[in-house]
Structure formats: structure tokens, C-alpha cells
Design a protein around this ligand. Structure first.
Ligand SMILES: Cc1ncc(C[n+]2csc(CCOP(=O)(O)OP(=O)(O)O)c2C)c(N)n1
Ligand SMILES: [Mg+2]
Length: 329
């Protein structure tokens, strides 16, 4: 694990990341609240506990860089800058959503903010990220592609093929494995024998690093190194970001298969209050400033929910629209 002093990062960057995690947290809370109240019916894979990872990565990205993510991708999408109104509308399947309500929570794409693909196919986004990165390389547009996936996805064939190809072609891509210790209902210790998933990078000749993904400074430093390397033509990096899934696989999961002591310890080490305390202790912000950021994030999330509920469901015949690209001759 890397530990870097906060001096390497500016207060502005850290506060920007705090703003991002506050927006993620507010939207996640709203969605869990709506499910609790029976107001919406979706399978929801909460990113609670994993917020710092994409907040740090996105702090190193440009607006037009690309991101590919998974069903557990709310945090990745918000961090990359997908506007909350169409994001929430898509999650609720409404016509003002990013995909006009036809994608739903597992298929968010919003090219305007660089969120190109969200997939429910475990590991399926990894080779797609290579395709985006190859396009950038061929076009010389200077973009970097980041792909997020879970620890379970690191056992899928596509992960291995994609790492090899990215290394061979020196693609401008960063593979970010959010290691939350579980794949669906199975602890990682039952599905692989390596100590660190990042060690797999060596087998394909790319840089690999394991980092505490819940530590804002360490995560930022790892992301900064990887993104700068990709942008400078130095090729891909595999970042294994250690974290924990605080809400189980899907929201409502009773988690009978989880080690209770381990789970309680993870709850006690919740990265969000720790990040907050760190900002106060380091003198980067006052209690009032942090409370104002949180209040603003909450208001934005409320506004997005209101917008989503006011948006109509898609017309049935709109199913036939947006299926094929229009060919311009
Ligand atoms: C190819 C494929 N196999 C199996 C599944 C069923 N499935 C959905 S989520 C999941 C667990 C994936 O775990 P991980 O990659 O660690 O991501 P996490 O859910 O922990 O974020 C599985 C096996 C799937 N969606 N796609
Ligand atoms: Mg996992």
C-alpha cells in the first residue's frame, strides 16, 4: 500500500474530491430511501464505501477523457461529471434520462461527460475500454480511458486478454479494479490464490499497483501516476484499489455469507467520515464549509429526484429509435 503525505495535494483538489463524494453519497442515499419507501423498483448495486476511488481518479482526468463502468457505477458516473438530472431520470427509466429511459440503471451512457459504457456483463467493459483507447491513439486526441471493474472481473478471460493487448499496443488506458473483497456472494479468498490482483499486471508487462482506495491521498497519487503515464504515451496501468462494499451485493442483500467481524470493522472504518475528519484536522476546511458542501450536494440530489419523477416514461414506440446510427452520405 502507498502512503503519501497530504502536502503533495492542494486543499483545492481535496475539497473538489470531497464535493464529489458528497454528491455521490447524497444520490446513493436518495436511491436507497426511495427503495425503502417502495417508490421505485430497481435492482440497485450501491457503491457505498467505494466513493473515494472515482473521486480521486476523476480529479486526474479531463472532461473529455473516457470512462467505462459497471452496474455498481453510480459513483463512477457522478465523479466523471454526468449531470445528476438525466442520470437520475435514466436510473428511474424516464424519457429525460441519459439514454431516454431505455437503458436503465445498468446501462448508463452519457458521451457528453465521457461516460461511454456501463455494463452488467462482468469484465465486459475491459476490452471495450481498449477499443476507446485505441481510437484515441489512432486519432491522436490525447484522451485517456479509465475502466472500472470489480475483483470478481479479474478472473474473467476478457480481463487477461485486454491487459495483454493494452500492454502490447501501449494503449492510453487505466484499469481500475475496485477490490471490495467480494464477487456477488463469494469472498475473494475462495476464487483466487494471489495475494494482490495487481501482481497479474507483471504477467502481461504493464505497471501494476495496489493502493488503499479508501485513502484519498494515496488513491489520488496512484491515479495521477497512471493517468499521466497513459497520457504521455507510457502505456497502461492496473490499479488495484482496496475498498469494501458496505451495502452488500445489491441493496436489500441480507449478507448472511459475510464475516460479521470483518463487516463491522469495515463499517467502523467508513472512508467518508474519515475523509471529513482528515480535512478538518489538516485545516483544509472549516466545519461550516464542509456542511455547506454537503447541503448543496443534498439539494442537487433532491432536485435530480424531483426532475426524474416529473419526466414521463418513454413512449413504447421509441423502442425503435436510437437503434442504428444514422449514416450520413
Ligand atoms: C459474465 C457474467 N458472469 C456472471 C454475472 C453475474 N454477476 C453479476 S455481479 C457479479 C459479481 C461480480 O463481482 P465483482 O467483479 O467483484 O464486482 P462487485 O459486484 O463486487 O462490484 C456476478 C458474478 C454477470 N453479470 N456477468
Ligand atoms: Mg467485488
Amino acid at each position: 500500500m502507498t502512503t503519501v503525505s497530504t502536502e503533495a495535494m492542494t486543499a483545492e483538489t481535496l475539497l473538489g474530491m470531497f464535493r464529489t463524494v458528497s454528491r455521490i453519497h447524497a444520490c446513493d442515499e436518495r436511491l436507497r430511501g426511495l427503495l425503502n419507501q417502495g417508490k421505485i423498483f430497481i435492482f440497485y448495486y450501491s457503491p457505498r464505501g467505494q466513493e473515494i476511488i472515482p473521486a480521486a481518479v476523476s480529479a486526474c482526468l479531463s472532461a473529455d477523457d473516457y470512462v467505462v463502468t459497471t452496474y455498481r457505477g453510480l459513483h463512477d458516473e457522478i465523479a466523471k461529471g454526468t449531470p445528476l438530472r438525466p442520470l437520475m431520470a435514466e436510473i428511474l427509466g424516464r424519457s429525460d434520462g441519459t439514454c431516454r429511459g431505455k437503458g436503465g440503471p445498468m446501462h448508463i451512457s452519457d458521451p457528453g461527460s465521457g461516460v461511454m459504457v456501463t455494463t452488467g456483463i462482468v469484465g465486459g467493459g475491459i476490452p471495450i475500454a481498449n477499443g476507446l483507447a485505441l481510437a484515441s491513439q489512432l486519432q491522436g486526441d490525447g484522451r485517456v480511458t479509465v475502466v472500472y471493474f470489480g475483483d470478481g472481473a479479474a478472473n474473467i478471460g476478457a480481463f487477461h486478454e485486454a491487459l495483454n493487448m493494452a500492454a502490447v499496443w501501449s494503449l492510453p488506458v487505466v484499469f481500475v479494479c475496485q477490490n471490495n473483497r467480494y464477487g456477488e456472494f463469494t469472498p475473494l479468498s475462495e476464487t483466487q490464490r494471489v495475494e494482490q490482483l495487481s501482481s497479474r499486471a507483471a504477467g502481461y508487462g504493464l505497471a501494476g499497483v495496489t493502493v488503499d482506495g479508501n485513502d484519498p491521498v494515496a488513491m489520488y497519487e496512484a491515479a495521477r501516476t497512471a493517468v499521466d503515464r497513459a497520457r504521455a504515451g507510457g502505456g497502461p496501468t492496473l490499479i488495484e484499489a482496496m475498498t469494501y462494499r458496505l451495502m452488500g451485493h445489491f441493496y436489500g442483500d441480507q449478507m448472511p455469507y459475510m464475516d460479521q467481524a470483518e463487516y463491522q470493522a469495515a463499517l467502523a472504518a467508513d472512508p467518508l467520515p474519515r475523509f471529513r475528519a482528515m480535512l478538518l484536522e489538516a485545516g483544509h476546511a472549516t466545519e461550516e464549509q464542509l456542511a455547506a458542501i454537503e447541503a448543496e450536494a443534498g439539494a442537487e440530489a433532491d432536485d435530480a429526484v424531483e426532475f426524474a419523477f416529473a419526466s414521463p416514461a418513454p413512449e413504447p414506440l421509441s423502442l425503435f429509435e436510437d437503434v442504428y446510427a444514422e449514416v450520413r452520405r
